[in-house]
Design a protein around this ligand. Structure first.
Ligand SMILES: [Zn+2]
Length: 380
């Protein structure tokens, strides 16, 4: 494999540092400081950052992980790599047991197959053991009570994979599910009608994460803190934010990051229309209308997003007014920690995977490397 040497400002140890020399060799990184650029180096005008890690993404470029199809998976991985994502958690929806098995099996096969795009490093089961009252765009007919055997069979389809799962703590059987599988699955509270006390209890059972904070859960009221209050006041739980400026107001994006420093992961929650023209698209069994930068069911309910990680990072800087170094952390180090891959991803550090994104001074994605291989950006 060829050697690539990049020189310039880089996101290193939590800050934007000048004079960084990054060598990509055999799929891993070598990082050093050099006051002067050595010969045969590619100078970067903008910023060198670790590749983005999107821990909640359903699809893009016309494809959805629920399609249970190798070429659909490949489309998603390529599309999001073009927008800076080098690793992701392939995310499923509430679906029939057969459809979930098919999707998980297909994702597991794609994760083992070399790709031209982002690496699949986890599977995220968003449902089906959630609350029908807060289904959002999830198929109500597929939402059901926890079935420990079903979960065991899904885990068996992808040995060695990292797992996340969204559950509603108030649903009968969820406590037993968390207590049974908490060492294998990162349980996330979401699509829930629970109140504050139930969410706090779920953290004690072993849940540790919140699915798209603020969306599809009880909000913060000063006399009734809700699930959002449980997240914002928790000591160690992590949470996701959809930073498209539509799901959550930019001021509230900033508030959440201030309340949960180093514990917020930016996600896209992108669905298949991401990257395509406005129109009508399928989200599992339902039609979703895309327009005005949003995806909605016929009744107006938000149905995932058409966001990319590139845009999410830009929005957190431009709309939420946060410093770039703080924002990059939420797209790299924090999701790496949540997914359990922080020992090899999420940072520009010696011997780490060569997952690298080069940003322009305006924060547009210019070049992307996954495991040291540059992703061609010729198609978009
Ligand atoms: Zn989702």
């Amino acid at each position: 494999m060829s050697i690539v040497r990049l020189y310039g400002r880089a996101f290193l140890r939590g800050a934007i540092e000048p004079d960084v020399l990054l060598t990509i060799r055999d799929g891993v990184l070598e990082v050093e400081r050099a006051a002067r650029p050595p010969e045969q180096v590619q100078r970067v005008e903008g910023i060198i950052a670790p590749g983005f890690i999107d821990l909640h993404v359903h699809g893009g470029d016309g494809a959805d992980f629920m399609d249970a199809d190798a070429s659909a998976n490949e489309r998603i991985l390529r599309f999001h790599a073009h927008h800076g994502t080098t690793a992701l958690a392939a995310t499923t929806l509430s679906a029939s047991p057969g459809d979930l098995q098919a999707a998980v099996g297909s994702i597991a096969r794609s994760a083992r197959t070399p790709s031209e795009g982002a690496e699949i490093c986890a599977i995220y089961l968003e449902g089906p053991y959630i609350n029908r009252e807060r289904a959002g765009a999830q198929d109500p007919a597929s939402i059901r009570r926890p079935d420990l055997e079903e979960v065991g069979a899904l885990l068996a389809l992808a040995p060695g994979m990292k797992w996340l799962m969204t559950v509603a703590p108030e649903i009968e059987g969820v406590r037993g599910l968390i207590e049974r599988y908490r060492s294998e699955i990162t349980f996330s509270i979401g699509h829930t009608a629970a109140g504050y006390a139930e969410a706090v209890a779920a953290l004690e059972w072993g849940a540790s994460h919140f699915t798209h904070l603020f969306n599809a859960m009880s909000g913060l009221h000063h006399r009734d803190p809700g699930v959002v209050g449980a997240a914002l006041t928790s000591a160690s739980a992590t949470a996701e934010l959809i930073a498209d400026g539509i799901h959550v107001h930019p001021a509230v994006l900033r508030l959440a990051v201030q309340a949960m420093p180093q514990r917020i992961a930016l996600i896209t929650d992108a669905m298949r229309a991401c990257g395509l023209a406005n129109g009508t698209y399928k989200l599992y069994r339902h039609d979703v209308m895309v327009g005005g930068g949003a995806a909605r069911l016929r009744d107006g309910t938000l149905a995932g997003s058409v966001l990319t990680m590139e845009r999410a990072v830009q929005n957190m800087v431009e709309q939420a007014g946060l410093p770039l170094a703080a924002v990059l952390q939420l797209a790299t180090e924090v999701p790496a920690r949540i997914l359990g891959v922080a020992d090899r991803k999420g940072k520009l550090a010696e011997s780490y995977d060569a997952d690298v994104v080069v940003l322009s001074p305006q924060l547009a994605v210019e070049r992307v490397f996954v495991g040291g291989r540059e992703c061609s950006r010729s198609e978009d």
